[in-house]
Write a protein that binds this ligand. Structure first.
Ligand code: NCD
Length: 325
């Protein structure tokens, strides 16, 4: 790897106070602020690849991960990010806490708040949950996914991964494909990628497109082959069967035939195309394994690595804001 890990002093000087008190939506950031967070994250990518990964930018701070929905990547990367910055990290999982006894979101948050955490990272199945919570607690809140609404740190890590792969985001054609309706990843990425100057396409069956998508300022395709034609990036979304009430897709086999990413459909994209997926993947449904695992085209593992660095950038700058208060 050519990256040289910056020294602690360099990371310190690059760190700036987060522009907002909370990180609830990509809309909390301007374009130059996203660029600055990505620059900061670059330093953490290099740091994370060396043996000694630990800094003290969050020394004395407490980070609480409050996840009401299952998570592997997001929760563990916030945990690692907090620990690598020197914070104390507590993970609250529904089964082991009073959440399973019917304690409400607000009760749980107010209880945790009384323990004086500095940052609360929250994931919840209701859209707007993180925002509601931010009004009830005195600590800073990071939205790690609220229902179908937003997942801003995912968009940041995706932009980091893209900027490293292509050297830029401006001018890239990014086709976001699949279950757009249920995807907070899609919403946050549409906002961030558009902000950064990419051309965004949404691709999927009409039953999995949100109402009013024509007002999102993106191109919409109901035919996967047309949607990926010439694209620089194909970002696949998980078919979120757990959020579907009725039958929005005929069968997973039929869905795979029409909207699953395989070699044949990928062949229609630009020759240098890169494939993304936020995980967890339904292999053989929205994406075929030989595409997902082909390191020449797939950025999927890279996205996971970038997740830790991007979250370190968010946490370090949120802590810098706390230090300034
Ligand atoms: C996504 C999520 O939970 O919103 N996953 C993730 O954060 N890595 C997408 C998904 O669940 O499909």
């Amino acid at each position: 790897m050519t990256d040289i890990a910056p020294g602690l002093e360099e990371v310190r000087t690059r760190t700036f106070p987060f522009p907002a008190r909370h990180f609830l939506s990509v809309g909390d950031l301007e374009r130059d602020e996203v660029e600055a967070l990505l620059d900061l994250a670059e330093g953490f990518v290099a740091l994370n690849r060396q043996k000694a990964k630990k800094l003290d930018l969050m020394k004395g701070r407490t980070l609480v991960n409050l996840f009401f929905e299952a998570s592997t990547r997001t929760q563990s990367s916030f945990e690692l990010a907090g620990k690598r910055l020197g914070a104390d990290v507590v993970n609250m999982s529904p089964r082991a806490s009073s959440i399973s006894k019917g304690e409400t979101l607000i009760d749980t948050a107010v209880t945790l708040n009384a323990m004086q955490p500095d940052i609360l990272v929250v994931r919840h199945s209701a859209s707007g949950a993180a925002s509601l919570l931010s009004q009830k607690v005195t600590c800073q809140v990071i939205n790690a996914g609220d229902g179908q609404h937003e997942h801003p740190s995912q968009a940041l890590l995706d932009s980091l991964s893209l900027r490293r792969a292509f050297g830029r985001i401006e001018g890239l054609t990014v086709a976001i494909c699949g279950d757009v309706l249920h995807s907070r990843v899609a919403r946050s990425n549409v906002i961030m990628l558009t902000l950064m100057g990419a051309r965004v396409r949404l691709v999927g069956p009409p039953t999995l497109m949100p109402a009013g998508v024509d007002r999102w300022g993106v191109e919409v395709f109901y035919d996967m082959r047309k949607g990926v034609a010439g694209a620089d990036v194909v970002m696949m979304l998980r078919l979120q069967l757990e959020r579907m009430q009725g039958a929005l897709v005929p069968s997973t086999r039929e869905y795979n035939r029409l909207f699953g990413l395989d070699r044949e459909k990928l062949g229609l994209a630009a020759p240098h195309v890169r494939v993304m997926h936020p995980g967890p993947m339904n292999r053989g449904v929205e994406i075929d394994s030989d595409v997902a695992d082909d390191l020449a085209v797939s950025l999927i593992q890279n996205q996971v690595e970038m997740g830790v660095a991007a979250r370190m950038a968010v946490l370090a700058s949120m802590a810098a804001r706390l230090d300034n208060d």
